[in-house]
Design a protein. Structure first.
Length: 152
């Protein structure tokens, strides 16, 4: 799908605040409400907009201990990869998982309450999974920047 400048600006506005009215976006873009509505529907239909979500404050929900865990599989085979990926999808604490090149096979971003909660997660869930060779965890000291917006 080819995005024009107006599509990109509309996507930026939606990423900043998707709860505004179509009329508010229309005023900002200098378009009619109908034109903006149709653009949004096209962006949704083509998959440029995948979903709308509420961003929850980690402190308020007591999940402010963020861990980045590098993980190696025992053996990097097609079956081990498929099994691991299927299992990690079921771990609520894991909010992001990336298959990597380099020294480690995966990078997990994990939100838990505290160090005890993370230890419990590691012992009872993560390292209990098949084919885990090793892990290396880093704990955040301070979140300096966090954005859900894709730069356009």
């Amino acid at each position: 799908m080819k995005l024009d400048d107006t599509d990109r600006k509309l996507l930026e506005l939606l990423q900043a605040d998707s709860k505004k009215t179509t009329k508010e976006y229309a005023v900002f873009l200098g378009l009619s409400t109908t034109a903006v509505y149709e653009r949004i529907k096209r962006l949704e239909r083509t998959g440029a907009i995948r979903n709308y979500v509420a961003l929850v404050d980690k402190v308020i929900v007591d999940k402010n201990f963020t861990v980045f865990c590098h993980l190696k599989l025992v053996q990097h085979t097609k079956d081990n990869i498929a099994q691991f990926e299927a299992q990690v999808l079921r771990l609520d604490e894991v909010v992001e998982c990336y298959h990597l090149s380099g020294d480690y096979d995966y990078l997990l971003k994990i939100h838990v309450k505290d160090m005890d909660d993370y230890r419990n997660f590691m012992v009872n869930k993560l390292t209990a999974m098949n084919h885990i060779g090793s892990t290396q965890s880093s704990f955040t000291i301070k979140e300096v920047k966090h954005s859900t917006a894709i730069p356009l």
